[in-house]
Ligand binder design. Structure first.
Ligand code: GLP
Length: 234
C-alpha cells in the first residue's frame, strides 16, 4: 500500500516534518489544501503561521463542521481554523461546511466545492476509533459529503472543548471517505498512546468500513507522521 511512515520525537517535530511536506507540495504548485481540526494539526499550523509561505492565492477546504454551531461559535471548526490559522495566514478562500445551513442544500454545496476545487494535499488527524474527518465506524466508503451522527466515543473525546458533555453537538457535516480518497496526496498526523491502535489498524487491519481509516489503504500517497507512542503497535 501507499503508506510512508515517519516516526518523530513529538508533535513539535511532527509539525516541522508536516510543514516540510506542505512546503514541497506548495512549491510544486498545489492550489487546494484540505485542512483538518482537532488538536493534532495545531503544531503544523504554528509552523505555517511562522513561515513566509503566501497562501493568498491558494484555497483551503476543511473536512467537517458541527451541525447547529454557527461559524462564530468558539467551538465551531470555522472559528477554530480562524483562530489557529486563517486570521494570521490569509488564503484566497477558505471553505468550511456551514453548521447552520439546511442539510440537503449544504451537502450539495459542499460537494460542488469539492468538484470545483479538487484537493491537492489533504491533512488528516485520526480518532481513537480510527474515524477520519467525522466518518465514524460503519460509514460507507462510497460516501461523499454527508450528515453524520457522532458516536459516544467521539462525543466523549471531544467534550474537553465544551463546558459540559450535553453541549457537544450530536451531529456533524463531514466530507465522506470517497471525497477524502480523491486528494492527490494525504498527510495523516497522530500523536500519543491513545492513537496507537487506530494507527496499527489503519495500516495492518483488513480493510473494513468498521475501521474507517483502513480506506486509506487504497490511496497511493499517504504520509503518516506519528510519535513513538502512536507508533507503538506498528
Ligand atoms: C475530531 C475531528 C477529526 C480529528 C479527531 C481527532 O473528531 N473531526 O478530524 O481527527 O477529532 O482529534 P484530535 O486531533 O484532537 O485527537
Amino acid at each position: 500500500n501507499g503508506f510512508q511512515v515517519f516516526v518523530v520525537e513529538d508533535e513539535h517535530e511532527g509539525g516541522k516534518v508536516a510543514f516540510e511536506l506542505v512546503q514541497a507540495a506548495y512549491a510544486q504548485g498545489a492550489q487546494v489544501f484540505g485542512l483538518a481540526t482537532g488538536s493534532t494539526p495545531e503544531t503544523l499550523y504554528e509552523e505555517l503561521k511562522a513561515s513566509n509561505l503566501d497562501f493568498s492565492d491558494r484555497v483551503s477546504v476543511n473536512l467537517d463542521e458541527y451541525v447547529g454551531l454557527s461559524g462564530d461559535h468558539p467551538q465551531s471548526y470555522r472559528y477554530f481554523m480562524e483562530e489557529k490559522l486563517f486570521n494570521e495566514k490569509p488564503f484566497k478562500q477558505n471553505f468550511v461546511p456551514n453548521g447552520l445551513a439546511d442539510e440537503e442544500a449544504e451537502i450539495q454545496r459542499y460537494n460542488q466545492v469539492l468538484q470545483d476545487y479538487p484537493i491537492d494535499l489533504q491533512i488528516l488527524g485520526i480518532g481513537t476509533n480510527a474515524h477520519i474527518a467525522f466518518n465514524e465506524p460503519g460509514t460507507s466508503f462510497e460516501a461523499k459529503t454527508h450528515k453524520v451522527k457522532l458516536t459516544e466515543a467521539t462525543i466523549e473525546a471531544n467534550k474537553r472543548f465544551f463546558d459540559a458533555e450535553e453541549d457537544v453537538p450530536r451531529y456533524a457535516y463531514s466530507m465522506g471517505i470517497a471525497s477524502i480518497l480523491e486528494a492527490d496526496q494525504i498527510i495523516l498526523l497522530a500523536y500519543g498512546p491513545k492513537k496507537a491502535q487506530a494507527i496499527r489498524d489503519m495500516i495492518h487491519a483488513d480493510k473494513t468500513e468498521q475501521i474507517p481509516a483502513t480506506a486509506l489503504q487504497d490511496h497511493a500517497n499517504v504520509t503518516v507522521v506519528v510519535d513513538q507512542a502512536a507508533a507503538e503497535k506498528l
